[in-house]
Design a protein around this ligand. Structure first.
Ligand code: G1P
Length: 299
């Protein structure tokens, strides 16, 4: 029997400079998509995949994240007094069980691989998930759930995969693939942020991973890669070609991915998640039609 994936690492140490000045005083992960901070989407997805332990790799200035997952006794008391049961229920969905959540500091910004390595002692000898909260994925079956189900068949390491426009391959980990079985592909090589003309394909790694503890061993070597950073992609690549039950697989997940690390991606996600909400759909759709119409009329 394969060990269940019950731990997830959330690398949230980044400065979020692309969203300055907003991120001067709040962590990027607290920025709000409709009415929930980005990190809540990542946590909900992890929970839906059976994750029980949540490990945040943070840095200076991320205190608001810790407060967000703590109970808010005064606020709860006020709401209780006023009989606001619906709001209390919303609050409750943000609370974490005692001991279910851990925070580790990454003291230096040495790359995604290094951030994951910082959590090694809490992972020990189990498979684990990594979720990059910037990548928000809208899907009927949440993306990590799809991966956990596929991993039950394959074992080894699994990355979420999606085709990106060829001119964007330099922003991603890019896969070369061999045999496929439905949406699962066998990875034959992977390269982080390939130079122009050197990408093996346009199939990119999206920020969801299921990894074996041997990836943490590979990270022990502290090898730097592209950009002088310790790259997670390089540590996963060392697992390629291992015998069945190990090796590296990609899952072409079903769903729509939003790059909430970019402003336009964040705005698109805001519109899409707004339109997905019953109480907002009609009003927002009317408004969008109106401004598109005005735009056309001005042409
Ligand atoms: C990271 C990974 C990259 C992956 C991307 C997905 O890059 O290093 O392999 O394709 O996330 O969003 P970053 O966006 O942190 O530069």
């Amino acid at each position: 029997m394969r060990k269940k994936v019950t731990k997830a690492i959330f690398p949230v140490a980044g400065l979020g400079t692309r969203f300055l000045p907003a991120t001067k005083a709040i962590p990027k992960e607290i920025m709000t998509l409709v009415d929930r901070p980005l990190i809540q989407y990542a946590i909900d997805e992890a929970r839906a995949a059976g994750i029980k332990e949540f490990i945040f790799v943070t840095s200076r200035g991320k205190g608001a994240l810790e407060d967000y997952f703590d109970i808010a006794p005064n606020l709860e008391q006020e709401l209780r007094k006023k009989g606001k049961k619906d709001l209390l229920a919303i609050l409750r969905s943000t609370n974490m069980d005692s001991g279910a959540i851990a925070y580790i500091r990454q003291h230096k910004a040495l790359g995604l691989g290094h951030a994951v390595w910082c959590a090694r002692r809490l992972i020990a000898d189990e498979p684990f998930a990594v979720i990059l909260p910037d990548d928000v994925i809208a899907a009927e079956t949440p993306c990590l759930r799809q991966m956990v189900d596929a991993y039950a068949e394959t074992g080894g390491c699994m990355v979420a995969a999606m085709e990106v426009p060829p001119e964007k391959t330099g922003s991603y980990g890019i896969l070369d693939v061999g045999d496929s079985n439905g949406p699962v592909v066998e990875v034959t090589s992977m390269v982080e942020k390939p130079k122009k003309g050197e990408a093996p394909s346009n199939l990119a790694v999206i920020g969801r991973y299921i990894l074996t503890p041997s990836v943490l061993n590979n990270l022990n070597k502290m090898r730097t890669g592209v950009g002088g950073e310790i790259q997670l992609t390089d540590a996963i690549a060392q697992e390629i070609g291992k015998p069945k039950g190990a090796g590296v697989y990609g899952l072409r997940f079903s769903g729509q991915r939003f790059d909430c690390g970019s402003k336009s991606g964040f705005l698109r996600a805001t519109v899409a998640f707004g339109l997905a909400r019953d109480e907002l759909r009609d009003d927002l759709a009317d408004y969008l039609r109106e401004i598109v119409h005005m735009d056309r009329a001005a042409e």
